[in-house]
Ligand binder design. Structure first.
Ligand code: F6R
Length: 620
């Protein structure tokens, strides 16, 4: 939800900002802009549309412009036009701000600023921040502001931040200080990269790693001021703080396309490697145990827990639902999966002995974060299953397990999903072993889990066949995805993948629910994707396939390798290697990801930047 990048150093800022914005474009892509400090002025260039549009508007970079800020937007307040694009200048033209987040009290502040003769040019909440800083910076008489201008700029930012209600990750520059960059964070991510006499502030590490791997992760209500003399960090209450220097853990290579046409395809194909990284060092095949270092100290509490509540959104919620089934089946613990956006606004019952698990790729999803706060306030121990190291959810949980799959850039989540399921499976097996799963069964599941990466390779090898299925079906505007048991959440995930990137209307359902209403939708030739692998409900789902075929539906069936009987029920057949049904989702989801990918490409869509979406949803 918006990407921000800012640079202060010895090099020309403009190309660094543009490269950084391209890395962050997955966070939002409806408008973009840069602001450069140029000889005592701030030059703003911004436009609606993608970064490529902005790039065409830029002059040759000037080597003397060494301070600048940039932004790529996912609109919240105000339509995605040029006026609403960031950076926003204050009414004096001295202060420029880029912002990711939402200022909830912007209307009140705007009314007050207008009463002070501050002029507004946009419909955004961000312009309020710029004008408030500008007002405080220029109207200091009688206030407790420092007398020297430099400190006054910092003072104005700090005091403005104290008036804001809502969330922000922001970078601010002032025309009077061509050597000073200020960043601040509350509720939206912000990282300060420390290079050789240079600073890069960005929403995530992908915009920094090209310049340095040394970084500081700001926490909420913290700000940083950087200049050629160095930098300092403090809270917005003006208390100096020391921040630990962290190493950015992924290489530039991890965020390049490396010959793939899209990040989504790269990330689908990376899944064998990603799962190996996720499982690596965690499966103790010799002793039949699972080692999850991040939650090591909590096993006693988890083992004694009476109930687990999983909180997540979207694809992570689908992984959570599979986790619910796994925890019930293998660990025999009462588990519920909640939409974080609903849980946070209810009055949930959290008794003693409840463990809450937050599942999130980005670790920044606002609803999931708020659900965690809600659960913690009510005394629950909260564990995180998160991909992005150091993200807000990773920091706000008591303990957790990282996915370790490297950056996921495609807006449609793929490798994070399979890794979320893998982590939940590890948790369920180990918890089961510590409760009442026999050692023999635990060992069996661990061995099967260790074979999943190579089995995914076999599914990926069918990509060209799946493309042909997409060619034959992608013109249809309505689809059904149906599965039962562990493959019911996979049906939901398959439908979501198709919807979000190919803009085809798709509904995912537990297959048996179809006859309670949705069966009325089936018309001649309507594609119905069935996940009908060999499992305890195999015979039942065959019955459901027959019901669809009897009404003229075209069946795309994901079946187990070697299942000859199912061929007669499938207009199109995709096979996956056989694994225990509890672990099947990690294989059965792969063809659905590939199908959605090819359908979207064939329909001419920008797979990595689907309309109206952004990668991490940091608004409610
Ligand atoms: C869909 C997708 C979203 C995310 C959801 C939660 O492909 O990516 O549904 O799963 O926005 O995001 P995280 O996992 O970052 O909390």
């Amino acid at each position: 939800m918006c990407g921000i990048v800012a640079y202060l150093g010895k090099k020309a800022a403009q190309p660094i900002l543009i490269e950084g914005l391209k890395r962050l474009e997955y966070r939002g892509y409806d408008s973009a802009g840069v602001g450069l400090i140029q000889g005592g002025d701030i030059k703003i260039i911004k436009s609606s549309g993608r970064i490529s549009v902005l790039e065409e508007m830029l002059d040759e970079p000037n080597s003397g412009d060494v301070l600048g800020i940039g932004h790529t937007r996912w609109a919240t307040h105000g339509e995605p036009n040029t006026a609403n694009a960031h950076p926003h200048l204050d009414y004096t033209g001295k202060i420029a701000v880029v912002h990711n987040g939402i200022i909830e009290n912007y209307n009140t502040l705007k009314t007050w600023l207008i009463s002070k003769d501050c002029k507004f040019k946009s419909d955004t909440d961000t312009e309020v921040i710029a004008n408030l800083i500008g007002y405080l910076y220029s109207n200091t008489e009688g206030k407790d502001s420092p007398s020297d201008g430099q400190n006054r700029f910092e003072w104005a930012v700090q005091h403005a931040l104290n008036e804001l209600v809502g969330t922000y990750g922001l970078a601010v520059v002032c025309a009077d200080f061509p050597d000073m960059l200020i960043g601040a964070k509350k509720g939206s991510p912000l990282i300060l990269g420390l290079g050789d006499n240079e600073f890069v502030i960005a929403s995530d590490a992908s915009a920094i790693v090209e310049h340095t791997t040394q970084a500081i992760y700001l926490a909420d209500n913290e700000m940083v001021t950087a200049s050629s003399k160095g930098f300092h960090t403090k809270t917005i209450d003006n208390i100096e703080i020391h921040k630990e220097l962290k190493q950015i853990e992924f290489s530039l290579d991890a965020i390049e396309l490396n010959g793939f046409s899209h990040y989504m395809l790269k990330e689908i194909c990376e899944q064998p490697k990603a799962l190996k990284m996720c499982l690596g060092g965690r499966l103790d095949l010799r002793d039949g145990r699972i080692v999850l270092g991040g939650i090591g100290k909590y096993w006693r509490e988890i083992t004694r827990a009476k109930r687990v509540v999983i909180n997540a959104c979207g694809t992570a919620w689908h992984a959570g639902l599979i986790g619910e089934f796994l925890l019930e089946q293998l660990a025999r613990i009462n588990t519920e999966t909640e939409y974080a956006s609903e849980f946070r606004y209810r009055n949930p019952v959290i008794e003693d002995g409840t463990i809450v698990i937050a599942v999130s790729q980005s670790g920044e999803t606002a609803d999931t974060l708020a659900a965690i706060e809600q659960a913690r306030e009510r005394g629950a121990t909260v564990l995180g299953i998160v991909n992005v190291v150091g993200s807000s959810i990773a920091r706000s949980t008591d303990a957790g397990v990282y996915l370790r799959v490297g950056p996921e850039i495609g807006v449609a989540s793929t490798k994070a999903f399979t890794a979320q399921v893998a982590v939940l499976a590890m948790l369920a097996i180990e918890l089961g072993r510590r409760r009442h799963l026999s050692n023999e069964s635990a060992r069996f599941y661990i061995e099967e889990l260790s074979k999943i990466p190579e089995k995914i390779e076999k599914v990926l090898a069918q990509s060209e066949d799946i493309k042909k299925i997409a060619e034959a079906t992608c013109q249809r505007e309505n689809w059904l995805f149906l599965g039962r048991g562990f493959n019911y959440p996979v049906a939901l995930e398959g439908a979501l993948k198709l919807k979000e990137i190919s803009y085809i209307h798709a509904e995912g359902l537990p297959a048996a629910e179809m006859k309670h209403g949705p069966i009325a939708l089936i018309t001649d030739g309507m594609p119905a994707v069935f996940i009908a692998t060999r499992c305890s409900q195999y015979e039942k789902i065959i019955g459901n396939i027959e019901e669809v075929r009897a009404r003229g539906g075209k069946t795309i069936v994901v079946a187990s390798e070697g299942d000859e009987d199912i061929k007669k029920y499938a207009d199109h057949l995709i096979t996956v290697p056989q694994v225990p049904e509890e672990l099947q989702p990690m294989l059965t989801v792969i063809p659905l990801q590939i199908l959605a990918y090819h359908a979207a490409v064939l329909r001419g869509h920008d797979v990595d930047k689907p309309r109206n979406l952004a990668k991490s949803v940091t608004v409610e």
